[in-house]
Design a protein around this ligand. Sequence first.
Ligand SMILES: NC(=O)c1ccc[n+]([C@@H]2O[C@H](COP(=O)([O-])OP(=O)(O)OC[C@H]3O[C@@H](n4cnc5c(N)ncnc54)[C@H](OP(=O)(O)O)[C@@H]3O)[C@@H](O)[C@H]2O)c1
Length: 357
Amino acid sequence: MRKVVYHEYGNPVNVLKIENGPEPAAPGFGQVLVKVTKRPVHNGDLLVVKGGHDPIKREIPAEGYISGCEGVGIIQALGSGIGSARNLRVGDRVAFFAVGSWQESILIPADFATPVPSDMDDELAAQLHINPVAALLLTRLTTKIAASPKSGVLRISAVEAVLEDLGASRMEAGVVLLSAAGSLVARLAATMLKAQGYTPIALVRSSALSEALQKATGITVIGTDQENWQEEVLKAAAGRKIFAALDAVGGHIGETLLTLLSPAGTLVSYGSLSGDPIPVDHVHLCMSAKTVCGIGMVHWTQLPYGSRAVEMASIIQLVRDNQKLFKIAGEFPLSEAADAVRLFRQPGRDGTVLLSS
Ligand SMILES: NC(=O)c1ccc[n+]([C@@H]2O[C@H](COP(=O)([O-])OP(=O)(O)OC[C@H]3O[C@@H](n4cnc5c(N)ncnc54)[C@H](OP(=O)(O)O)[C@@H]3O)[C@@H](O)[C@H]2O)c1
């Protein structure tokens, strides 16, 4: 069985190797054996291969780690303890969230397998988990932020004005900034936030892309390559509160979003495309009562199975409703994972890169 493995942390193009190994064991309690047909390349996959997810950089075992974290495939066998309510049968197609998807067959927990509707193709089904779930988490968190301003938290004179400013305790129609707004996650989140009555302002690194994105989404798009882009943001906000910023870039962009937020606003970090940490001036936290927090798949995995299953049903609908956003930029066999990564890294790439087997 072929698998894409790394034995050392580093540039994925250099350290990812295709290897042959034994087939997985028979599924144990609560496990499902899946023959994987397609899996996407994600920024998070590459970050993990570089060791960027683990400050301690734990030692890699002799057999290496297998890359990837989601995919779609056919159920080959079911372990014990999987009730019929799970709707999983041998021969069925499932989309799944599980580490090590860049291999031909994988054992996954049944709890993270989602039956795929028969009219949904593999290209779409392979992308059901990571990006749509991230968009859903971001949207839900933004709604929570909007509904719970921090009025009454601070009562020192210097911030009285800030608190008064929060008087209108809800943020309907308030502004949400999104960086890396051409990304699938940001487009999905912006679409949902707009539908809920908020005002997303999309930031992209190249103004050349703004017009097309604005036309496609109907959302204000601003290029951060313009010298005066911060002023453009404030102009577009037109005096409304910028109560949240959803940042996937980090570094200087993350810092600037924090500065642009209205008092008591929240910066939500969910990616680090720049690779740079966000410098946080204490003034934002101490005097302007701003908050910095983050979301990730780990938050979602901690929800009980029942809640996740209900969410997957709404995600399937979300993906169907926004099918045009799920473009494919290229597809490669597992043995060409390095080429897949090269395409994935091209600026302006339009769509997901898939690995197939
Ligand atoms: N926390 C989580 O659980 C979670 C889950 C899923 C995704 N994410 C994160 O969400 C982000 C988007 O993922 P995706 O798969 O939706 O992305 P994507 O569709 O692959 O698109 C990437 C976008 O980011 C832009 N970009 C790349 N590098 C950039 C930089 N240094 N500065 C500014 N913009 C940059 C690209 O712009 P160009 O068009 O100009 O190339 C492109 O529009 C990533 O950071 C990813 O790690 C997080």
